[in-house]
Design a protein around this ligand. Structure first.
Ligand SMILES: NC(=O)C1=CN([C@@H]2O[C@H](COP(=O)(O)OP(=O)(O)OC[C@H]3O[C@@H](n4cnc5c(N)ncnc54)[C@H](O)[C@@H]3O)[C@@H](O)[C@H]2O)C=CC1
Ligand SMILES: O=C(O)C(=O)COP(=O)(O)O
Length: 387
């Protein structure tokens, strides 16, 4: 029986997809596969028997991807499954930025006991007035699942939309409204836009991408939205930019010890994906990915191993191998089969960066001897008898 642990609560509609062949356990150390949302896996010891981790969500900066790859642990995420939830939260953020709705709502609480509250409201409201969104320029940095939805929604709101993503996927490009201005140099977003919203993953290359240089180029009174990850923004530079009046408001779904205390910051408690729909979508997609990997060895939406799909095994046996993407691996893998007198009926080999994955359907049952031979090859990190 496969043991599954959850490092965060995962929506029931997903968990129900596990059959009787699975057992839910509390102990990560005892699990064959794990599901996670935002909990950090970095500090956890990765157990030897762990085959896969599925992130029910998009961002995988809470998972040690390289460490997992080295142990043959395939990490999945659920691209796009919570994108609409985040888009709607970003739209809420836009409206919270345009007028001081948060300040106004908080102020009403301070005068709510006054019998003249209705009159006070009319007198006091001007301090919370703002601007309209229609006709303003917004720059969307990162045009993936979320960025595309945000950009298109902003077009529908009557905004002038600038989109920047040097690595945009073909799918995302197809889905982008033709009214969006394609920006080749992110500086054009900084210098032109009234609103800037960031939708890129947190990686070494994007850490603190919104820094003092970026703020310096922005228009005075710009509103910056960050529904991606706190570390994309340099907090010290942000504080200075707010103090200087450069940034009118910073709307973030990722408050931290510094930004939560800053004036001019609207701090939302990471609600982007916290909708029933997003939670259900992510859980269902994550559990389906895990099951297909555990039961068939197929990989869909992995972030550290290549996509690889041979459907359901119709041969006598199926064996899968996680290995380094280095020369002569295939020769050695097939050689090991030949040495055992095994006929390979079908096979697939794919690579992604430093790592590769091979699936072999063979004409006989997978023997222990074959597993041992394959596992002994230099560069092989995990061998699994799937059938
Ligand atoms: N607030 C929340 O609850 C949520 C936040 N997120 C965050 O949003 C991020 C984006 O999510 P998705 O759109 O689903 O991911 P995605 O992978 O579909 O899109 C990310 C896009 O960023 C682009 N990109 C990468 N580096 C870039 C750079 N330097 N400049 C411009 N573009 C760059 C990529 O080409 C890709 O198109 C996630 O990585 C996560 O950190 C995601 C879901 C929920
Ligand atoms: O999917 C993401 O990247 C998110 O940030 C959502 O996080 P959550 O699943 O709500 O803890």
């Amino acid at each position: 029986m496969m043991k599954i642990s959850c490092l965060n609560p995962i929506a029931a509609v997903g968990m129900q997809l596990f059959t009787d062949a699975y057992e839910k356990v509390d102990d990560f150390a005892a699990s064959d596969a794990a599901l996670v949302r935002s909990a950090s896996v970095h500090e956890l010891e990765l157990p030897d028997q762990l085959l896969a981790i599925a992130r029910a969500g998009a961002g995988v900066n809470n998972i040690p991807l390289d460490k997992c790859a080295e142990k043959g642990i395939v990490v999945f995420n659920t691209p796009g499954a919570n994108a609409n939830g985040v888009k709607e939260a970003v739209l809420a953020g836009l409206f919270l930025g345009a007028r001081d709705i948060v300040g106004g709502v908080n102020w009403v609480q301070t005068v709510k006991e006054d019998p003249n509250v209705a009159k006070l409201v009319e007198k006091g409201k001007k301090q919370f007035a703002g601007t309209e969104i229609m006709g303003k320029k917004i720059g969307v940095i990162g045009l993936g699942a979320i960025g595309v939805l945000v950009a298109n929604a902003c077009v529908a709101l009557g905004m002038e939309v600038y989109g920047y993503d040097p690595f945009i996927s073909v799918d995302a490009a197809w889905n982008l409204s033709k009214d969006i201005k394609h920006i080749a140099n992110v500086e054009d977003i900084y210098t032109n836009c009234d609103y800037i919203t960031v939708h890129v993953p947190l990686m070494d290359s994007t850490k603190k991408m919104i820094n003092a240089d970026a703020f310096a180029k922005m228009k005075d009174g710009v509103i910056v939205l960050n529904f991606a990850r706190d570390l994309l923004v340099d907090d010290d530079a942000l504080e200075a930019a707010i103090a200087a009046g450069k940034v009118r408001k910073y709307i973030t779904d990722f408050p931290n010890a510094k930004t939560a205390q800053m004036n001019g910051v609207v701090a939302i408690p990471h609600l982007g994906a916290s909708t029933e729909e997003s939670e259900d979508n992510c859980a269902v997609m994550a559990v389906k990915e895990l099951r297909d990997y555990l039961e068939n060895g197929n990989i869909t939406h992995s972030v550290n191993y290549p996509a690889c799909d041979m459907g359901i095994c119709k041969a006598a046996g199926r064996i899968t191998i996680c290995h380094k993407n280095i020369p002569n691996m295939l020769g050695q893998l097939t050689g090991a089969c030949a040495a055992e007198g095994i006929n390979i009926e079908d096979m697939t080999n794919k690579s992604k960066g430093d790592w590769a994955y091979t699936m072999m359907d063979i004409g006989s049952e997978v023997s222990e001897a074959l597993v041992e031979k394959l596992a002994a090859i230099n560069g092989v990190v995990k061998v699994r008898k799937v059938k």
